[in-house]
Write a protein that binds this ligand. Structure first.
Ligand code: MG
Length: 384
């Protein structure tokens, strides 16, 4: 009999969380879900808990936790609030914590899981962006496994390699729904147009980030911290087919690429199965059908969020947390139709310009920078 890996899923009702549960149901002989956390979707979490025989759930929203207690019955333990989410990240019986929370709010859970000796399957890139130095101080090559498709690809290219031999990371980007357009062409795009991602099926926040290329910028910072590679050795490459998920170039000019079907369940599953590989939920690529792979430089004039992220990463310290928080606020404003598409990079730039980066020392400092940047971003948006 195989011993099942015991998994906690934070952000279980989002796109990544639901796909992780799909992986868990396909590999029920290998994965046991022992805890689930979400923000407000009480009904859905209780349903998931019953389907996967999970005894512990957390709703970070207290009203939602109350509803879950009413729905869940006596055997379901229901925690409430952000502290309870962090407690779930250090649940003694869990071995792997999948952090699929949205936004910088995921940082506390990331630090808690690593400090408690868990393997962290990280889909919450913002926690690495905002708290990079804090996270890497606790991380090793074996306890931090990226779930982001590009970073999972790089991680897999690095299996059996020495990090010192890495010359460059080629981080691929689909280019999003507005690839090929100028800034002027994008001034009046709608939320619906921005949400229509050509190749990946993702949640709303990351879909907007993909349309602005802020997502790729956050991924550059994520790659810097995960793989210890300087910013001038990370190249973003637009690749509309999203078949090459990223590449690593080595000192001898050899390049390894990871290719595959665009389905987030593959990197999610690899975080649970590694170093082994399990049956896939989707068909493998037929290269005769692929026919061609295109590559090109990103248009940094049309997509300024990408350069802003590079600048934030190079400034270091609290600047990436500020960049990320300003982006989160601007994206929320765009999604709720309080701001236009071009206001997103404009807000990020304006908030970053008003911030003096400090070296990073604590979670409280990240939270303070994050709070400051959110307030500043709201000011920028309301004064436009
Ligand atoms: Mg990605």
């Amino acid at each position: 009999m195989t011993v099942r890996v015991r998994v906690v899923i934070l952000g279980c009702t989002g796109s990544i969380g639901r796909q992780a549960l799909d992986v868990a149901s396909r590999h029920a002989d290998r994965i046991e879900v022992v805890g689930l956390a979400a923000h407000t979707s009480a009904e859905q979490v209780v349903e998931q808990a019953h389907a996967f025989n999970v005894q512990r759930i957390v709703l970070s929203d207290s009203d939602a936790a109350g509803r879950a207690r009413d729905l869940g019955g006596d055997r379901l333990m229901v925690g409430s609030g952000p502290e309870a989410v962090a407690e779930l990240a250090e649940l003694p019986e869990a071995e792997v914590v999948l952090n699929a929370l949205v936004g910088a709010a995921g940082l506390r859970a990331t630090l808690t899981a690593l400090a408690a000796g868990k393997t962290l399957a990280l889909a919450n890139k913002e926690s690495l962006v905002a708290g990079g130095e804090l996270v890497t101080a606790l991380a090793t090559e074996s306890n931090l496994v990226p779930v982001d498709s590009e970073h999972s690809a790089i991680y897999q290219c690095l299996v059996g390699e020495e990090r010192a031999d890495v010359e460059r990371i080629w981080l691929t980007a689909s280019g999003g729904p507005f690839r090929g357009r100028s800034a002027a062409d994008m001034a009046n795009v709608t939320v619906e147009e921005a949400l229509a991602h050509p190749t990946w099926n993702m949640g709303p926040k990351i879909s907007i980030d993909s349309a602005t290329l802020a997502n790729k910028g956050l991924e550059v910072i994520e790659a810097h911290h995960l793989f210890g590679v300087d910013y001038d050795r990370i190249r973003v490459l637009v690749h509309p087919q999203s078949i090459v998920h990223s590449m690593v170039e080595f000192a001898d000019a050899s390049v390894k690429a990871h290719l595959g079907t665009t389905d987030m369940r593959i990197p999610i599953q690899y975080a649970f199965s590694r170093p082994r590989r399990w049956d896939a939920p989707v068909a493998a690529l037929d290269f005769a059908q692929v026919a061609r792979l295109d590559f090109g430089d990103p248009d940094v004039d049309a997509f300024p969020a990408l350069s802003l992220a590079f600048a934030a990463g190079k400034a270091g310290g609290t600047m990436p947390a500020v960049m990320n928080a300003a982006n989160e606020v601007a994206v929320a404003a765009f999604l709720s139709r309080r701001a236009g598409f071009a206001d997103i990079p404009r807000t990020i730039e304006s908030v970053m310009a008003a911030h003096d980066a400090e070296p990073l020392g604590s979670l409280e400092q990240v939270e303070a920078a994050d709070t400051w940047a959110r307030a500043r971003a709201e000011e920028v948006l309301s004064s436009r």
